[in-house]
Design a binder for this molecule. Structure first.
Ligand SMILES: Cc1ncc(COP(=O)(O)O)c(C=O)c1O
Length: 385
């Protein structure tokens, strides 16, 4: 990687996440700007090809962001006003909002426990009703979920699985990349993700017809693109369904290609940092670090470093102590069923999500985090609890 040309200027001694900005990224952007073609065109097409090759997917469809990816995926698999979609409550709200935008109803499900923050297949089974159309699975923090168990339930009830793989580029289960396990997989390239471009997303599918639908939905249902017309490959277009402008632009596509080449190294570096955290924190002073122990065939992308604080700990006090030391923390996530919008309609008991909701804490994690920074976080956290 070439030398940094900028640093993340902030008040944090250890920020939650951090983007490396260097000449390679800046040059790639400048070259694209100088090309004079900024909207969806050849760079987006190349990014799609490279992402498809990396994940071994048949189709990769670049979109404006991860929320757009989820919205289009749910529409393309046919979710609508009569339907319910099962989704983990311990997730970013984009998944639930996307379900609502299709007219369907989110049905929130529980996690496995304080050591397993992925969907509990047993609770998925209990949540299935005659109206269930699809299941959104999340690979929480980059750890692949219990996909085979959930797929068995989905097969039995003829449900579609949509993967929210926002945390999981490069993660895999039994040799298959996350995002290619379900019928559709959705990625986010938001600034704090393992593959950051600012705002961006990608949809994967192995289904030709679905891919065609997704491409149409991405660009107002138009049968040709401005790029095709610019090249003289088309002079007009038809509109065959009411789509959206969820296109990605060329500048972010070239950022995506540079970041994609760096992803394996980034994920590995994150893995080393998570191992350092785990060694010092898991089991120390009543702390737990979820997803302990290697599970054969499960490769994480190490998107988040999450700890579960001892029962009864005042999390805001712990966060204040870390903050006072210049350490930024976060919470992934306030459970969706507790938000005002969703509390009104939510009807299920989620005892394990409720039990950890006030105890989870996300620690800083990014590939180029120095060991000394990790140790500062560990030391401050241990003295704060
Ligand atoms: C798990 C999860 N799903 C979906 C999204 C939505 O992605 P975006 O912010 O790119 O719309 C995010 C990212 O913020 C996320 O973390």
């Amino acid at each position: 990687m070439s030398e940094d040309v900028a640093v993340n200027e902030s008040r944090w001694r250890v920020p939650l996440s951090d983007i490396a900005v260097d000449d390679e990224l800046v040059d790639a952007v400048l070259e694209t700007i100088r090309s004079g073609w900024w909207s969806m065109g050849p760079q987006v097409a190349e990014f799609e090809r490279e992402f498809a090759a990396f994940t071994d997917a048949h189709h990769a469809i670049a979109v404006a962001n991860g929320s757009a990816a989820l919205h289009l995926a749910l529409l393309a698999v046919g979710c609508g006003s009569e339907d319910e979609v099962i989704v983990p409550s311990l997730n970013f709200v984009a998944a639930a909002n996307s379900i609502v935008h299709t007219g369907a109803k989110p049905v929130f499900c529980d996690v496995g426990g304080h050591d397993d923050l992925n969907l509990d297949p047993g609770d998925v089974e209990r949540a299935v009703s005659p109206r269930t159309k699809a299941i959104i699975v999340l690979h929480y923090s980059g750890v692949p979920c219990a996909f085979d168990d959930i797929a068995e339930i989905a097969d039995r009830h003829r449900l579609t699985i949509v993967e929210d793989a926002a945390h999981a580029p490069g993660a895999s289960l039994n040799g298959r990349m996350c995002g290619t396990l379900g019928r559709v997989g959705c990625f986010s390239f938001f600034s704090n993700k393992n593959l950051p471009v600012g705002e961006g997303g990608m949809i994967l599918t192995g289904d030709d017809e679905l891919a065609e639908q997704l491409r149409l939905l991405r660009s107002h249902g138009m049968t040709t693109l401005t790029w095709d017309r610019h090249r003289g490959h088309a002079s007009s277009y038809d509109v065959v369904l009411p789509g959206f402008n969820y296109r990605l632009d060329e500048v972010r596509a070239v950022l995506g290609m540079v970041q994609l080449r760096r992803l394996p190294e980034e994920n590995e570096a994150r893995g080393r940092i998570v191992a350092r955290y785990r060694e010092a924190l898991d089991g120390a002073q009543g702390l737990t670090m979820p997803f302990g122990g290697d599970v054969e065939g499960r490769v994480s992308s190490h998107h988040l470093a999450v700890v579960v604080l001892p029962d009864g700990t005042d999390r805001s006090e712990v966060r204040a102590a870390l903050d006072a030391d210049g350490i930024q923390t976060s919470v992934h996530y306030p459970p969706i069923h507790t938000f005002t919008l969703y509390r009104k309609t939510h009807q299920r008991n989620l005892p394990r999500t409720d039990a950890i909701a006030e105890r989870i804490l996300t620690l800083p994690l990014y590939g180029r985090m120095a060991d000394e920074q990790v140790d500062v976080v560990i030391g401050t956290l241990l003295s704060a609890i």
